[in-house]
Design a protein around this ligand. Structure first.
Ligand code: GLY
Length: 400
């Protein structure tokens, strides 16, 4: 038996029906409502422990995803009472994000987009909340401080004066929309210019010849020339970390949305194809794409599937009709797998939305420690809700 099912088998997988998608969203909205008493003024950790998140401060790179869930619940709520509840909680959390960026609490990294797009750009787009606008613009300014003109990329992690930290990571493609939004609302082109330079550099290096992706790319500190690719969270340098590939799928769709560069459509198709050719029987990937059927001791990463669905549905907007139909249909198949096999449908089982995510799994060859292995991960919950929102309303005004 092959580790991965043939592409035709993925293409023959059943799609989620519209009724299933609506029911799945109702379940998500109810779960956000259930969680509000504990998580109005506090934020879930990046991952659950035994499938339950505990409340904590607004300090991690992941805190914005919970607020994003609250805004998606607000958009999908069926009653005025629910809308009022979610509006109150969303606004309360926006104030926390404003405070965080004013006092610069845990913002010395590139994840300003992951933090401030689903929490504050969303709030501003939906309600015009001026605190949300101020917070997100300050976050965009903070992100700009990570830009390296020599090499033309945004540095992911670490101190800017540390020569060993001159690197970008594929995930950053999702931080970039914050900069486009900042140009849109201020009219200042400097944000867009940096965004485009970073996208261009990232696209040049992250996609490998076999269509898999590098997680991280290092540059020479003096010349800004490409040095080498490496992994942090994948199984090993040469393997394809599943979530990195998923960020690549959604990231290339976003890159095309903002730049309209035709070659990014080609990159999108290549990274999507690699993902689709490395799926096990139920089409929900393992945490690294080198694993598949038979690797039963390895955990899945359901969050990657949710991210890929969003990428497919975003790219479908810009493709010719037959190709748009193809990726939309694949998105519905991936969604069917998540809804039927991974969604939390009983709040006594978990206070998350999507089971079987993996944040980071240590191996002899990577540089991370174990955390959130086979757990709910908060971005998985958020992107699952975003995926359902997109399937319910293809004209959804995206936060990114
Ligand atoms: N951006 C970090 C992760 O995907 O785990």
């Amino acid at each position: 038996m092959s580790k991965w099912i043939p592409l035709e088998q993925v293409e023959n997988h059943p799609e989620a029906s519209q009724a299933e998608i609506s029911a799945a969203m109702e379940c998500c909205v109810a779960q956000v409502r259930n969680n509000l008493p504990a998580f109005r003024d506090h934020f879930p950790a990046a991952n659950s422990e035994n499938n339950f998140y505990t409340p904590g401060p607004n300090t991690d790179w992941t805190s914005g995803f919970w607020t994003g869930e609250v805004w998606l619940a607000y958009e999908n709520a069926k009653t005025e009472e629910d809308r009022a509840l979610f509006l109150d909680a969303g606004n309360c959390q926006v104030d926390s994000f404003l405070e965080r960026i004013i006092i610069k609490h845990y913002v010395d990294h590139h994840d300003m987009g992951f933090l401030y797009t689903p929490s504050c750009v969303s709030a501003y787009k939906l309600t015009g909340n001026p605190h949300a606008r101020e917070a997100a613009l300050k976050a965009a300014d903070q992100l700009m401080t990570r830009y390296r003109p020599v090499g033309e990329y945004i540095q992911a992690w670490g101190a800017m004066d540390d020569p060993n930290n001159h690197r970008l990571i594929i995930d950053c493609l999702l931080n970039i929309p914050l900069l486009y939004w900042a140009t849109e609302v201020t009219g200042d082109e400097k944000y867009r210019e940096v965004a485009e330079k970073h996208i261009h550099t990232a696209m040049k290096y992250v996609v490998r010849d076999d269509n898999s992706t590098w997680h991280t790319i290092f540059f020479d500190a003096d010349t800004g020339e490409f040095s080498h690719g490496a992994t942090c969270q994948g199984y090993q340098d040469s393997s394809a970390w599943t979530r990195g590939q998923a960020w690549g799928v959604y990231g290339t769709a976003i890159a095309y949305k903002y730049t309209h560069r035709e070659e990014y459509i080609t990159y999108f198709k290549r990274v999507a194809d690699y993902f689709l050719r490395h799926l096990p029987d139920d089409i929900c990937p393992y945490w690294d794409l080198s694993f598949g059927n038979g690797d039963d001791t390895e955990p899945r990463d359901s969050s990657s599937s949710a991210i890929v669905i969003c990428g497919f549905l975003e790219m479908a907007k810009y493709l010719p009709e037959d190709e748009a139909k193809y990726y939309t249909s694949l998105a519905r198949k991936l969604a069917a797998s998540l809804i039927r096999g991974y969604q939390v449908k009983d709040s006594s089982v978990s206070n998350g939305q999507l089971l079987h995510g993996t944040y980071a799994k240590k191996t002899p060859y990577n540089t991370c420690t174990n955390s959130g292995v086979d757990e709910c991960v908060i971005w998985g919950d958020y992107y699952f809700m975003e995926a359902l929102t997109r399937l319910i309303n293809p004209d959804w005004n995206m936060y990114w």
